[in-house]
Design a protein around this ligand. Structure first.
Ligand SMILES: N[C@@H](CCC(=O)N[C@@H](CS)C(=O)NCC(=O)O)C(=O)O
Length: 173
């Protein structure tokens, strides 16, 4: 029986990083997955009603970031000093923050809803990702197309993003 069991939906989601760390470390483990239909059955077993969780030598622990850090520490992917670990954490939590913003954008189902500061922040983040990191979030996350129309649909904002100021505008996909 494997020392490590990883429990999550049959999806990449927030468990995939841990699966990738385990693959990198060539670790045998039980990759326990379920469908949405089977979730209520597994939910009863989960530590706090959510997944993923890991079972290590019989001890059950949850929280995806903590799990990935535990595995990274164990298999040599977490730096050699506390400062290196801090540098790694900085990126880990930055990515977590971006995912949280993403989740909020995905929940935005009504395109006619009033524009808020949240929309403008995400719009600007997407712009900066493209400009500074050459990361094309628009292609990867099509939901952002409606965010672009929503923000640029405002005539005063459009003045900033079109015409002579167009170099400041939203990057094209
Ligand atoms: N902070 C937790 C969040 C876990 C979480 O939101 N899990 C979702 C799947 S991504 C879940 O189990 N949802 C089903 C439910 O809450 O009933 C983590 O990162 O592990």
């Amino acid at each position: 029986m494997a020392d490590i069991k990883l429990y999550y939906f049959d999806a990449r989601g927030v468990a995939e990083v841990s699966r990738l760390v385990l693959a990198f470390a060539k670790q045998p483990y039980e990759d326990i997955r379920w469908s949405m239909d089977d979730w209520p059955k597994y939910k009863k077993e989960s530590p706090f009603g959510q997944s993923p969780w890991i079972e290590y030598k019989g001890e059950k622990r949850s929280q995806s970031i903590g799990i990935s850090i535990f595995l990274a520490q164990k298999f040599g992917l977490y730096g050699k000093t506390h400062l290196e670990a801090l540098r790694i954490d900085e990126v880990v939590y930055l990515v977590r923050d971006v995912r949280l913003v993403w989740a909020q954008v995905d929940q935005e189902k009504n395109p006619t809803k009033k524009l808020t500061l949240a929309d403008i922040y995400v719009y600007d983040l997407v712009y900066q990702l493209k400009k500074v990191r050459n990361y094309d979030a628009l292609t990867k996350f099509p939901t952002l197309g409606s965010l672009k129309s929503k923000v640029e649909g405002n005539p005063d904002i459009a003045k900033q993003t079109t015409g002579e100021l167009s170099s400041r505008g939203f990057p094209e996909a």
